[in-house]
Write a protein that binds this ligand. Structure first.
Ligand code: OSB
Ligand code: MG
Length: 369
């Protein structure tokens, strides 16, 4: 296929409620949507998962715009692409900028699947007809408030609760949550808020039977996490530290992680995600699909990826309505009783909702071969 046109939309949407993590609070979300068109008029959609600030990784939606516009699009326009797996090869002379690469590659995967009359899940080799999801809960004002929020999500059918923690909002918060809900599958995400000096504190979490602790230590570390894992019972799951297949291989080899959170943007695309998935499956390391507070296009890609067989743990792709008053796709993503039914339409299987999309589009940029 030949890529003939690319449209970039700068988007600005506001979340229904603020989402607080150990590194900052999200409410307004600025991000990019991409639409690619081939020589036959097929289109594919992608979403950049970079945030407005370089908090979670070094990328921002503005650096993504720069890289996509000035480097990635010129590499693609009018180039014959036989399979989306080739896109990451074409981009490989450029270092990092994984979220920028993933946004473009994701759009080409969607386009390719539509061209081949396959669902994106099928094109990736996935088979699940429904996927299990949990919910990620930001830092709350108090323990009591967190318990009420969790109660609400349990009532909505979510079965796995992930709670954000940070120094000063950790052991006692998890203790009271565990007392309130003795059997609910529970995990904690620290987003790199601790160091090895906190081993004693992190060890105290062992008594709460957590499914895992996500990214307790530095965002670029795999050495200290291995030391920590030797000292605690709770399985360590890496998020920020895994930016590629090579990172995953090394972290597993070192014993730094027992579970991997795969985020398409963070690792540079669906092709790299599949590689990590396949390797983890071979090594007996379960994976799950993380979230980046995406709008519908990004969520749709997450849903398709999660249909691969080693995604055995619930992901963070909750319903659209958990984040947004209205989403940019139709139908919206809906989790019922903790499960999302994988759509059966070609490509991502959800249609862009142009009326909603236009309402939140700040700027459109058009490229033609
Ligand atoms: O660490 O997984 C994370 C949100 C923003 C940045 C990082 C993370 C998160 C989440 C929420 O946990 C995931 C979601 O609901 O999309
Ligand atoms: Mg995380």
């Amino acid at each position: 296929m030949l890529i003939k046109e690319v449209n970039i939309r700068k988007m600005k949407m506001t979340m229904k409620s603020p989402f607080a993590t150990s590194f900052g609070t999200f409410q307004d979300k600025e991000f990019l949507l991409l639409e690619v068109t081939d020589e036959l008029g097929n289109t594919g959609w992608g979403e950049s998962t970079a945030f407005h600030s370089p908090w979670y990784t070094e990328e921002t939606f503005e650096t993504n715009l720069h890289i996509i516009r000035d480097f990635l699009i010129p590499l693609l326009l009018n180039k014959e692409i036989h399979h989306p797996d080739k896109v990451s090869e074409i981009f490989s002379p450029l270092r990092k900028n994984n979220m920028a690469k993933a946004a473009v590659e994701g759009a080409i995967w969607d386009l390719y699947a539509k061209r081949k009359k396959l669902t994106l899940a099928e094109a990736l080799g996935g088979t699940a007809e429904k996927i299990e999801v949990g919910i990620s809960i930001g830092i709350q004002q108090s323990k009591e408030q967190l318990i009420e929020v969790v109660r609400g999500y349990i009532a909505e059918g979510y079965k796995r609760m992930k709670v954000k923690i940070k120094p000063g909002y950790d052991v006692e918060v998890i203790r009271s949550l565990r007392e309130a809900f003795p059997t609910v599958p529970l995990m904690a995400d620290a987003n790199s808020a601790y160091t090895l000096n906190d081993i004693g504190l992190l060890k105290q979490l062992d008594e709460f039977n957590l499914m895992m602790i996500e990214q307790p230590l530095a965002s670029d570390d795999i050495v200290d996490h291995a030391k920590l894992q030797k000292a605690i019972k709770t399985p360590v799951c890496l998020d920020e530290s895994i930016t590629s297949f090579e990172d995953a291989r090394k972290a597993i080899e070192l014993g730094s992680t027992q579970i991997i959170n795969v985020k398409i943007g963070r690792v540079g695309g669906l092709t790299e995600s599949k590689k990590i998935h396949d390797y983890c499956m071979e090594k007996g390391i379960p994976v799950w699909c993380g979230g980046m507070l995406e709008a519908g296009i990004g969520r749709a890609h997450n849903v398709a990826l999660t249909t691969l067989p080693n995604f055995t743990l619930p992901g963070d792709t909750a319903s659209s309505s958990r984040y947004w008053e209205e989403d940019v796709i139709t139908p919206e993503v809906v989790a019922e009783d903790g499960f999302i039914t994988v759509p059966t339409g070609y490509g991502i299987g959800y249609e862009p909702n142009f009326e909603v999309m236009d309402r939140y589009t700040v700027e459109k940029i058009h490229f033609k071969a």
